[in-house]
Design a binder for this molecule. Structure first.
Ligand code: FAD
Length: 488
């Protein structure tokens, strides 16, 4: 049976999926379904050259293994970069777009037609002959033998405090496009809800012209840590049995995990001191300042284990008892996200400069109330003080698009919209009433139901490799679980 593959999505994950199936034998056609041009998603679709990746070129690749394909692309296009560099995110978009054209040509050369339907998919129906019909928003359909779901996360998460004001011209539901923020008056007072990557982008864009007054606020009141690279190491930081020896159900788990991580850091940097995370307002900018200074001196000993820790967490956590995994992730969420989503030194230095000049502040607490007034917003802080703002910018993350079970079909919606199908180790979905898994695979953000760290191109490329290997194999073949295929 020849295969007809439908890829839902058009961002970096979809291009990585195409990379892993283009040129495989026995594929009649590949149809990408995505409303916009292929290659440019939420993070990499920006055109602003000042917005940087927070991952080095080494791990920002459509292919997870071997020499960074992104590094090869940049070198071939005349960019003098090192694999440790943090490059502007628009370059990743251009890279994905270029590779899309090349993979399409490669597929064509093997007799596979590649088409793009510019529409949104709304559901996947399973047909009696074990094929699938993908329903589109305009009522049209496309059928396939295999469906690869890569719809990412592009809908901003609106905090409850402002969700009633959707559509308000003084509420910016996302910091993108950055040009919209840049057009705000120079004397505008802006409250940014969030303190992670997109909030950092907002702060950098708003403060750049030098006049605005910007306040970042988040429940954790913590800024990301600072790093000078995120790359794979030649020497593994962990021993073969280190992760397997951890017992997530044991009372001493947190202690054992911390010791194991510190041991790994010290193996590479014998004189390294323990990490200390502090939180809260002026302390957050002081800590940023201190971390920027350490980074400049090359004293960020933890950064070289991060890529390996992410790979290990994605591999190990699905093996843990679900309750123990959820508990560990909740307890360590703030710390994990601080170090895993650390920012480049260049961004940290800019933030420090803006804070020192009084253009930028990190609030020590999250607002008790945010009220819309006739002219803007009035924010009540937990210490009893109040402050007026002209605009609120939401930078509180994005809602992943997921598959949810409905009668006779899988609906494409957001988390919280209904029961999700089981996501198996090979990234196939299984419906509640069916023993056999579907030939429907979930990659990227939506695979967060199985793997803890998915908002990272390397993780999506690992998913694509696992799925590509299954699709390329004859239909009767065995599947290879994720965990067995992601070891470096
Ligand atoms: C501010 C920010 C900075 C980031 N920086 C980095 C970084 O430096 N390095 C890194 O590795 N990762 C980074 N990430 C994470 C990054 O988004 C992921 O690594 C990855 O690029 C996500 O790609 P994606 O294709 O899965 O999703 P997206 O980029 O969200 O693309 C989703 C695609 O699916 C389409 N789509 C959505 N719904 C449907 C539907 N129903 N039907 C059809 N198509 C649909 C969209 O139109 C789009 O084409 C960052 C994220 C953010 C928010």
């Amino acid at each position: 049976m020849t295969k007809r593959i439908v890829i839902i999505g058009g961002g970096a994950t979809a291009v990585s999926a195409l990379a892993h199936v283009a040129g495989a034998p026995g594929i009649e056609r590949i149809t990408l379904v995505a409303p916009g041009p292929i290659g440019f998603g939420t993070a990499f679709g920006t055109t602003d050259p000042t917005l940087l990746c927070n991952t080095s070129v080494d791990v920002t690749s459509l292919l997870a293994e071997g020499r960074s394909d992104f590094l090869g692309y940049l070198a071939a296009h005349g960019h003098p970069v090192h694999r440790d560099d943090f490059v502007p995110r628009y370059l990743v978009g251009q890279y994905c777009r270029t590779r899309y054209g090349q993979y399409r040509d490669r597929a064509l050369a093997r007799g596979t037609k590649v088409t793009h339907i510019r529409e949104r998919a709304v559901a996947i129906h399973r047909l009696d002959d074990d094929t699938y019909r993908v329903e589109l928003a305009d009522g049209a359909t496309v059928t396939g033998t295999d469906v690869v779901f890569c719809a990412g996360a592009e809908e901003p998460r609106l905090p409850a405090e402002v969700s009633a004001h959707r559509g308000d011209p003084r509420l910016h539901e996302s910091p993108y496009p950055a040009s919209r923020l840049r057009r705000l008056p120079h004397d505008a007072r802006v409250l940014v809800l969030g303190a992670k990557l997109s909030a950092v982008d907002a702060a950098l864009v708003l403060s750049r012209e030098g006049h605005r007054h910007t306040v970042l606020t988040s429940p954790s009141a913590t800024l990301p840590a600072v790093r000078t690279r995120l790359r794979r190491s030649a020497e593994p930081a962990f021993g073969p049995g280190d992760w397997a020896a951890l017992d997530p159900d044991s009372a001493s788990f947190d202690h054992s995990l911390t010791r194991m991580l510190l041991r790994a850091v010290r193996r590479g940097h014998p004189s390294a001191r323990a990490l200390r995370a502090r939180a809260g307002g002026p302390a957050a900018t002081r800590q940023l300042n201190e971390e920027a200074r350490l980074a400049e001196e090359g004293r960020i000993p933890w950064q070289d284990i991060v890529a390996e820790v992410i790979d290990a967490l994605n591999e190990q956590i699905p093996r843990w008892r679900p309750g123990a995994a959820a508990g560990a992730l909740t307890r360590h969420h703030t710390l994990m996200s601080r170090y895993i989503s650390a920012i480049p030194l260049r961004n940290a230095k800019l933030l420090v400069a803006h804070a020192t000049a009084g253009r930028l502040r990190v609030a020590p607490r999250y607002p008790r109330e945010i009220r819309r007034t006739g002219t803007g917003w009035r924010v009540h802080w937990p210490d009893g003080s109040a402050e007026n703002f002209d605009h609120v910018v939401v930078a509180a993350g994005y809602r992943a698009r997921r598959l949810t079970c409905a009668t006779g079909r899988l609906r494409i919606g957001h988390d919280g919209d209904g029961p999700q199908p089981e996501l198996l180790p090979d990234l196939r979905v299984r419906l509640p009433d069916r023993a056999r898994p579907e030939r429907v695979w979930v990659l990227g953000s939506a695979a967060g139901a199985r793997h803890p760290i998915v908002n990272y191109l390397r993780a999506a490329a690992q998913h694509a490799a696992v799925v590509g290997a299954q699709i390329a194999r004859p239909r009767t073949g065995e599947v290879t679980p994720y965990a067995e295929r992601t070891t470096l």
